[in-house]
Design a protein around this ligand. Structure first.
Ligand SMILES: C[S@@+](CC[C@H](N)C(=O)[O-])C[C@H]1O[C@@H](n2cnc3c(N)ncnc32)[C@H](O)[C@@H]1O
Length: 193
């Protein structure tokens, strides 16, 4: 195999809680325009998949990621050493009590109760910056949307990404009949003043 890329790294990394898959990380890119040089805050490190995806993308920009569970934070720190990430910092603290330093261009949130932390995260957002939350459940997605509108955020949008793999053979072509049909909803909103 040639040069190892971020998808190879994610597959090889040790995974603990449920991850945001690259197809959904791709939606964050498509709807926020995040690109090299951006400063990203990631909330709910989990297995570090989204944080590593973003660190790879924004380099030389930086990612800071908060995780309340020490075992999860320690696991991701080990993966960062193993794969040589230098622009991703894991902070083992609960986001509800943490003191967030600095301002960010993009804040990603993947945890229970994400709608309840949006006020605090909004304060840490640069003007023109985005919050992107990932929610498996419709109820949480709706609560996030309401919280974003209450904050006066603009360009609020809810999307999901349903990917169908296809089988194309010499004599027949059809969608593969089984697969992951639901992952989560992405809600994005922008701070405009
Ligand atoms: C579904 S996982 C995130 C997965 C991650 N996005 C990935 O791609 O690997 C949710 C994580 O949020 C963490 N979490 C939940 N509440 C939190 C809080 N208040 N502060 C920090 N982390 C929290 C959980 O411990 C869990 O690891």
């Amino acid at each position: 195999m040639g040069k190892r890329n971020i998808l190879d790294i994610l597959t090889e990394s040790k995974r603990l809680p449920q991850v945001i898959m690259p197809k959904d990380a791709g939606l964050v890119v498509a709807y926020t325009g995040v690109c090299p040089g951006w400063k990203v805050l990631d909330v709910g490190t989990g297995s570090g998949w989204l944080a590593m995806f973003m660190a790879n993308l924004v380099n030389p920009g930086k990612v800071t990621s908060y995780e309340k569970r020490k075992d999860f934070a320690d696991n991701v720190k080990e993966q960062l050493k193993k794969f040589g990430f230098t622009n991703l910092k894991i902070i083992n603290e609960d986001i509800f009590t943490a003191i967030i330093k600095g301002k960010y261009d993009l804040i990603t949130v993947d945890m229970k109760d994400s709608e309840k932390i949006l006020n605090k995260l909004y304060e840490a957002l640069n003007t023109g910056g985005w919050i992107a939350t990932y929610s498996p459940h419709i109820e949480q997605m709706k609560a996030v949307k309401t919280a974003m509108l209450t904050l006066g955020m603009k360009e609020v949008r809810i999307v999901e990404n349903i990917v169908r793999d296809w089988k194309a053979e010499a004599d027949f072509t059809h969608p593969i009949p089984s697969g992951i049909m639901h992952t989560g909803f992405l809600v994005v909103g922008r701070k405009t003043k």
